[in-house]
Design a protein around this ligand. Structure first.
Ligand SMILES: NC(=O)c1ccc[n+]([C@@H]2O[C@H](COP(=O)([O-])OP(=O)(O)OC[C@H]3O[C@@H](n4cnc5c(N)ncnc54)[C@H](O)[C@@H]3O)[C@@H](O)[C@H]2O)c1
Length: 266
């Protein structure tokens, strides 16, 4: 521990802060929501439906945190603006925005329909852009804030059947940089978390239960296993807290070494 017992609290506590997290019903989002609450933030939980938010809401309450459920379909730009307004109305301020909602439809390029393309772009990229746009003036008026956009190793790694999703994730990492540049003067830090392959209820069925994909991944990931959602918490707390006051426009990759490379030595 540090010689100064208050330094960790001063740098990492979110007491008195308000965080809004989208996709909070998902495998990673719900764990991040609990962590933000445990760090002291009151949390606005967004997902498509109330039903998807009941479990994460209960999880936050179980750790003694406070959360409100704010269901909204972020494929609509109006809903993005309304979500930020509703979060502020319910929780009275907005200090941290975590953009975690996502859709993916894994298909070879020749099978991708216009609806696939438009839906994936609307949820994974457009909603992030307009949520950030709506949050920025509120954070500026409060004297600062933190935005964390969730990318993916597909922000930079091309994986077969994830063309449109990968394009949105690349764009998320890029637009994070421009937001960081434009809003640095307002003390709003904007960063991107890029998780590697993470074991969630969704990926368990679609990836890890598939013997071929699972074996390829275990061979390819240097640590030889998927991430647990809670292995994203350290990065999120860094990017959500005063500890990252000089860090902006960065993409933090948490991937068990996947993007570092591979070895032919077995
Ligand atoms: N799980 C992984 O292996 C992995 C790897 C890299 C990056 N990521 C990223 O981490 C984040 C969380 O992923 P996850 O694995 O928890 O996914 P998930 O599918 O479990 O959760 C995503 C959530 O977003 C919600 N959502 C979808 N469309 C929405 C909409 N229109 N409006 C509001 N909410 C909507 C879903 O209902 C779901 O609860 C995503 O940004 C994802 O791209 C995940």
């Amino acid at each position: 521990m540090s010689e100064n017992p208050s330094i960790l609290h001063r740098l990492f506590s979110l007491e008195g802060k308000v965080a809004l997290i989208t996709g909070a019903g998902g495998g990673i989002g719900r764990v991040l929501a609990v962590a933000l609450a445990e760090a002291g933030a009151a949390v606005g939980l967004n997902d498509l439906t109330l039903a998807r938010l009941e479990e994460p809401h209960r999880m936050v309450e179980e750790v003694g945190g406070y959360a409100v459920m704010l269901p909204a379909d972020l494929a609509s730009v109006d809903a993005c603006h309304k979500l930020v307004a509703d979060a502020c109305a319910a929780l009275e301020r907005l200090d941290v925005l975590v953009n975690c909602a996502v859709v993916n439809r894994r298909k070879p390029i020749e099978m991708v329909t216009q609806d696939d393309f438009d839906t994936i772009l609307a949820v994974n990229l457009r909603s992030i852009f307009f949520l950030c746009q709506a949050a920025h003036p509120i954070m500026r008026a409060q004297g600062g804030g933190k935005i964390i956009n969730v990318g993916s190793i597909n922000s930079s790694y091309g994986l077969g059947t994830v063309s449109v999703y990968g394009a949105t994730k690349g764009a998320v990492a890029q637009v994070t940089k421009v937001m960081a540049v434009e809003w640095a003067k307002d003390n709003v830090q904007v960063n991107c978390l890029s998780p590697g392959f993470t074991l969630t209820p969704l990926s368990e069925k679609s990836i890890w239960a598939d013997e071929h994909k699972s074996q390829w991944l275990r061979d390819r990931i240097p640590v030889r296993r998927p991430a647990k959602p809670e292995e994203m918490v350290g990065a999120i707390l860094l990017m959500a807290s005063p500890a990252s006051s000089y860090m902006t426009g960065e993409t933090l990759v948490v991937d068990g070494g996947f993007l570092a490379g591979g070895s032919w030595e077995g």
